[in-house]
Design a protein around this ligand. Sequence first.
Ligand code: 13P
Length: 248
Amino acid sequence: MRKLVVGNWKMNGVTSDLAEIAAIGDMAINYSRVESALCLPATLISRACDITKSIPIGGQDCHLQQSGAHTGCVSAAMLADAGASLTIVGHSERRAAQHEQDGDILAKAEAAHNAGLKVIICVGETLAERDAGNALHVVLGQVAGSLPQDISGDWLSVAYEPVWAIGTGRIPEMADVKEMHSAIRSALVDRYGAIGNGVRILYGGSMNGDNAAELLAIENVDGGLIGGASLSRAKFEPILAAAEAFGE
Ligand code: 13P
């Protein structure tokens, strides 16, 4: 499996950042043994798709319905219409701030798939949950509750993002990443059989050019979901370069 390296721009990016997005596209095309994408604010998707064809553009969330009376929401069909080819759902920042539950995230993932998007479902424990020894239990519970019953067709990835590693500069011990990714893989194979072996499991949380090679070398780490270090070509490129070394 080629590594999948996805930038999550979160609530960052305005018109003046389109040049940087184009520069990231121009850079990404040089790494042909990596799959990459940029998940942007909805307001930038269509213009980013106009300015670069060199990197797939995605959203960061979608509503679970395709249209209707939901003021302020954006549907998966709208993301696709704007040019997106993927979306993140269930990011911990949304689980926490918007009180999204596993069932909501499952429905969003199905809505996104039905609109023709690839989907990244995020899971991850808080520091309190890890300190209490509950990290595996919490994350496997999220995997069980957030993933749809039918995932055939190579459209789904799972991103393991420990909440306490997001934006903090802290990352887990490599052994802990290995343990978690291996547990997620086992859960996927138990539930979906061989299809579970084809689901990419991304790591996210303070991944950067300095730690990417070590993280991506871990068994069952099939790529990365990158926040801060995806906001510029200069910071994102070393991560793609690290991932390229693993591609066939
Ligand atoms: P950082 O890379 O900024 O820690 O963010 C990770 C993340 O939340 C990606 O979705």
